[in-house]
Design a protein around this ligand. Structure first.
Ligand SMILES: [Zn+2]
Length: 123
């Protein structure tokens, strides 16, 4: 297949598939952790093949070092320190640090977005 940007419909299907895979991974993690890790792998394949960025809600739900699915409090430790969120992967020990401010802004943006959607629906 041709390299470069994909048509929009392909990206949309890819996004949907990534979302489905992560939801499955989240649901099945308690029973079949190996299956969840495989779902992450499949989602990553789609993301890299079609140049689709990982959706923000799932971006921090897998380890960027060993690409395993992370479930906070089970195989991932979440701590706050020095204005950053630390995600520690219990599978390989890698710590991912995410600035807190960005997270706060994201939350705020989501709030505004949901408000706008609601407002639009009311009209
Ligand atoms: Zn890891």
């Amino acid at each position: 297949m041709r390299r470069g940007r994909r048509p929009k419909w392909m990206i949309n299907i890819g996004k949907e598939r990534i979302d489905i895979l992560f939801k499955l991974a989240d649901n099945e993690f308690s029973r079949f952790p190996e299956r969840s890790h495989r779902y992450v792998k499949l989602a990553r394949n789609i993301s890299t093949k079609y140049n689709i960025p990982m959706p923000p809600e799932w971006k921090r739900r897998f380890c960027k070092n060993c690409y395993k699915f992370l479930k906070p409090s089970i195989n991932c430790k979440v701590r706050l320190s020095k204005g950053k969120v630390h995600f520690k992967c219990m599978e390989c020990g890698k710590v991912i640090r995410v600035p807190y401010e960005k997270e706060k802004n994201q939350k705020r943006r989501k709030k505004i977005e949901s408000y706008l959607i609601k407002k639009r629906a009311d009209e």
